[in-house]
Design a protein around this ligand. Sequence first.
Ligand code: BDR
Ligand code: CA
Length: 313
Amino acid sequence: MEKRKVILDCDPGHDDAISIIIAASERSTLDIAGITTVAGNVEVGKNTVNALKICELLKLDVPVHQGAAGPMVKPSEIATEIHGSTGMDGPELPEPDKTKEEQHAVDFIIKTVRSSKEKVTLVPTGPLTNIALALIKAPDIKDNIEEIVLMGGGTFGNWTPAAEFNIYVDAEAAKVVYESGVPLAMFGLDVTHQVIADKEIQKRLSSPDNEIAVFVSELLEFFGRAYKDHFGIEGGPIHDACTTMYLLEPDLFDMKHVNVSIETKGEFTYGMTAVDLLETTGLEPNTMFARSVDQEKFWDLFEEILVTYNEDE
Ligand code: BDR
Ligand code: CA
C-alpha cells in the first residue's frame, strides 16, 4: 500500500506526542517527511527538544525543523498549567543526541511540498503560524497540498469561553489557513472531548513491559491530573491524536462539510471558529468538520497500535 506523505507540525505536548506515536507506528499508513515545531504549549525551543526526545524514543529517523517563535501578530501565550514547564511534564526522557536541522520549519514545509512528486498532507496540532507563513511566502504550494488535517477550534472554547487554545494563540494565522482554499479536515473540541483518557482507559492501556505504553501512561497521568485540576474533567482529552487516527482510519469519524470562519475582531470571541453546522450563512463549505468519533473503535485501535511497539522489540 502506498503511504500518504505527511508533515507533522506540532508543539509537543502530551497529546501531540501521542499523535506522533500513532503516525510512526507499524500500523501507520503515513510516510512522515519531517516534524516541524512551533511556539504553542511552551516556547518553541522546548517543543523542539520534546520532539527530538520523542523521535529518539520511537527510533523515528525523520528530520526535526524548528519554526515560528511566536504568533504572526500578537504576543505568545503558553499553556504550562496543562503541559507543565517543559511542555511535556511527567515522563523523564533522556536528553536527545539527535539535533534539530538548520533549516527553518517554514522553508522545510515549502521545499518539501514543492519538490514532492505526490501531494503532501500537513498535520498541524499546534497554533497555525508555520502553516500560514508557508502559505503566505509560497502560495504556489497550495496546489501540491493534499489536505490540512488539523486540531483546533470547535463550537466551544477551552482558552476563553469561545476559543480553543491552538486557534486563539494565532487566530490571524488560522484565518489565513481557513481562507486558503486548501482542503481542510478539522478536529475541534467537539470531537476531541469524546476521547478522554480517564482512569479506566489509562488502566486498559497500561502495559509495564512495553516502553512506549509506559511513556503513554506517564503522559496520561500528568495530563489527566492537569485536566482535573484546571477544568474538573476526569482525564485528558487526547485532542491531537484525532488527526493521525483519522488519517489511519477515516471511518472512525463522522465528518460534515461546512463553512468555518475565524473570528479575529470580537471582544469576547477572538479566536472563535464559527462553524456553520446548520448552513445559515450561505458561505461555501471550506472544512470537513469532525462531529463525532466511534469511541470504542478509537481506543481499540490505539491499544492495537501500542501493541505493535512491543512486537518491535
Ligand atoms: C490543544 O492545545 C494544546 O494544549 C494541545 O496540545 C492541543 O493541541 C487543545 O486545545
Ligand atoms: Ca498540540
